[in-house]
Design a binder for this molecule. Structure first.
Ligand code: ATR
Length: 281
């Protein structure tokens, strides 16, 4: 329990009404008895610089950022943490006592923690990633941090995958690009398969990805969490692969944010999960 008073934080996006973050942080504020608030702020892209600069004057200790602000905000803040620099996007801005804005990225952390919490052990083998958008960048950085030494990357738009492979390959982790049409042929020896595209999300086209070549002891995870059990996860589960859904990434990326805003390292547990799930529209 803490007695901290009147701490203010929130999430900025455009639009913002679908965000689950107020519900998530609100649960933790109640649980830990913190006298604080976490609100959704609808901020048009043109207003983002002034709004971030005005946080201190409004007594707001920090904000999360969501679509479409994550990349643009990098050029507004005064400082970026190493993960944010590498990923090229931020989902958390904190304000220090002097009003300086620090941009951080906790998506890679959230991705890693979600897998570890499910029992996945750090690997030095091969991962396979579908997608080359913003979410995929965070996933690739997380996989490198986790110790994977090879990542195979497939994306509908080949150029984007090639750019990511160039940007993010390291001496310890080679990222190689696999053609989208026959991507599933690259599943041999893979220990972790990640869908980082929006395919399979409610309202989006399905992800049609045969798993015959995936080893039975590989793990499969999906960043999509609407539905919670995507067709990919269902298919993987039915053939005996371990699966991890994407909701946990959302929950775990919020932990460092809550700690920065309210000074408590909160717990991700089943009660939080149920509470957030009940808020999905
Ligand atoms: P996010 O920030 O969530 O990653 P994004 O940057 O728009 O969102 O990336 C969406 C990802 O889903 C991309 O990898 C995209 O592929 P392209 O780079 O070819 O656009 C992928 N995606 C979205 N719709 C798709 C579709 N119909 N078929 C194949 N891939 C698709």
């Amino acid at each position: 329990m803490t007695t901290t008073q009147n701490l203010k934080a929130g999430v900025m996006g455009w639009p913002i009404h679908h965000s689950l973050s107020p519900r998530l942080h609100g649960f933790w504020l109640d649980r830990y008895g913190i006298d604080g608030s976490y609100e959704a702020f609808a901020v048009e892209p043109d207003h983002l610089p002034a709004t971030l600069r005005g946080l201190k004057a409004r007594g707001i200790s920090g904000v999360n950022l969501t679509i479409p602000h994550k990349v643009a905000a990098c050029a507004i803040v005064d400082e970026l943490d190493p993960a944010a620099k590498r990923i090229g996007a931020i989902n958390l801005v904190t304000v220090d006592d002097n009003g300086r804005l620090l941009g951080r990225n906790t998506d890679a952390y959230g991705f890693e923690q979600n897998l570890l919490a499910a029992g996945f052990k750090k690997q030095n083998g091969v991962a396979f990633v579908l997608g080359a958008g913003g979410a995929a960048r965070a996933v690739l950085v997380a996989l490198e941090t986790m110790g994977f030494t090879e990542i195979r990357l497939a994306n509908r738009t080949l150029d984007k995958a090639e750019k990511l492979a160039r940007d993010l390959s390291t001496p310890d982790c080679a990222i190689s690009v696999v053609g989208w049409e026959n991507a599933s042929q690259g599943l041999a020896n893979v220990e972790l398969l990640v869908n980082a595209t929006s395919l399979g999300m409610d309202g989006q086209p399905p992800l049609d990805f045969p798993l015959e070549n995936l080893p039975k002891d590989a793990w499969v995870t999906d960043i999509v969490y609407t539905p919670l059990k995507t067709a990919l996860l269902d298919q993987a589960n039915m053939r005996g692969n371990k699966i991890v859904d994407g909701l946990g990434m959302l929950l775990h990326q919020a932990r460092p944010a809550f700690q920065a805003f309210f000074g408590v390292d909160p717990e991700v547990d089943a009660a939080l999960r149920e509470h957030v799930l009940a808020g999905r529209s």
